[in-house]
Design a protein around this ligand. Sequence first.
Ligand code: 5GP
Ligand code: ZN
Length: 113
Amino acid sequence: MDCIFCKIIAGQIPSDVVYTDNKVIAFRDINPLAPVHLLIIPREHITTLNDISEQETMLMGHMLQVARQLAKQHGIATKGYRVVINCGPQGGQVVQHLHMHLLGGRELSGGMG
Ligand code: 5GP
Ligand code: ZN
C-alpha cells in the first residue's frame, strides 16, 4: 500500500517515535507547528474519521488516552494543548491515514481555522 504512515509503521520511512503499543503509534510531526507536535495513528490503515465503525469507538478512545498520556509526558498537560483530527479535503486532511494531532508548548490561537 502506498501510504506514508503505513510505511512509518512498517519502519520503511524513519520517524521519531515517542510511543508505541499494539494498536497505535505516535511520532513527531516532520513539520511541527508548535514546540510539541505529535501524531497519534492507528496501526491499522483507516483512511479518515468517516471510516470509523461503531466497533472502532474503543480505538478512538484509546487514541485520546494516549494523547492525554503523551501531553503529560511532554510537559504540556497543565498549561494546555490541542487535539485535532482533520477529515477530508475541506477539513485539511493531507495524509490519507487517520491521525490525531497533539499540539502544545505555545499559546495556540483561539480560532478554529
Ligand atoms: P493532515 O494535514 O493530513 O492532518 O496532517 C498530516 C501531517 O503529517 C502534517 O502535519 C505533516 O507535517 C505530517 N507529515 C507528512 N509526512 C510526514 C512524514 O513523512 N513524517 C512525519 N513525521 N510527519 C509527516
Ligand atoms: Zn496507512
